[in-house]
Design a protein. Sequence first.
Length: 177
Amino acid sequence: MAKEIGALSRQPLNKNMLSQLDYKFLLKRAPAIEFFLQRINLPGINISSVSMPNPFVQIPFSGDHIIFQPLAIEFKVDEDFANYFEIHNWLYGLGFPEEFGQYGELSEKKQILGDGLKSDISLMILNSVKKPNLEIVFHDCFPTSLSDLVLTTTTHDVDYLEAMATFSYTWYDVNRM
């Protein structure tokens, strides 16, 4: 019996740990964010479960729809607000708070930035020698929130402003490099 258990356990082929510092980010619709990106989450996924009635105990079965958690990024805001307003104007256009034409203006950007309403986001995970290991491509992304910015004169040190944006997406692919 011990021989069988030992045969099932083996050492991993790659013993290097994943560093949280080794990644590259690309959002074609908002390129000014790439340089200032501070943090990005790899979203979780869920699947609902359904229960089948039984006289004794409910029997759970997996559901048939995956629920993707939102993709969140955090970035330093440049002094011209270029990266902040890339997301702000995109979100503003999706909501067209003043006139219907604001939504139409996003579609006009299709020639320059791809689809003006949605954009793919690529997250490249690097290995321990800084070479691409995985590429995760989030498809049909659009912003759902952009954090506020707090300007204050009460701090003693310079704290550069950071903003957080969250995105919804349809699905993502994981490609080994």
